[in-house]
Design a binder for this molecule. Sequence first.
Ligand code: SAH
Length: 228
Amino acid sequence: MRLPLLIFMFCAAPACAQQGFEELRHEMVKVQIAARGIRDTATLRAMRSVPRHEFVPPELISGAYGDFALPIGSGQTISQPYIVALMTELIDPANAAKVLEVGSGSGYQAAVLAEIVDSVYTIEIVPELASSAAKRLKRLGYENVVVRQGDGYLGWPEHAPFDAILVTAAPDHIPDPLVAQLNDGGVMVIPVGSAGSIQSLTVVRKEDGKVVTESKLPVRFVPLTRER
Ligand code: SAH
């Protein structure tokens, strides 16, 4: 048997494929994330652990570790790895126990958070995405994530207050219910701006009841839609 065929046969085995993905993931963290200034060790570790290829449609798996967002169906996208890492670092996850995510999408960002914090509550407005994200996270063993279908603009009052809130769809203003559900000393990261334009990734901090906002960088997210 010729060598290339032999290698191909070995690498078609699941263990070999997993190792290939792990190498791609380490390269992704080195080149796209650490090299661009992400320093938080918990974030880097989580980005090295979560199998991103499990969160993209099978036909796009070869691009799972690429430096870009990818479509995940229903007109939605999984964010670029760097943006996931940046948003994770911005909430200082090692000091957060309970986190709310708005916009579950594929469930990838929720999995990254679940590697670090105690519990993740994530809300997705598109029913098909909410149910596929919940199934995927369960299959991958993320037991500290709860997915719910609904309008995340309203937050999840039953589980509030949250130490951190991460919003991965863009509203044109900061939703009051989310500010209200943020713990004192808590932080929210949210893209703010009108649909179809460049938005501003904004950090909202609540300290002694006062709310301070800071614009971080221009980003482009899908719009936050509302349930009628
Ligand atoms: N965090 C996701 C990517 C999110 S894309 C991931 O890691 O894959 C943004 C998601 O927000 C989309 O799935 C979209 O359907 C959802 N969304 C938009 N408006 C929403 C709302 N009001 N409440 C909850 N989810 C919303």
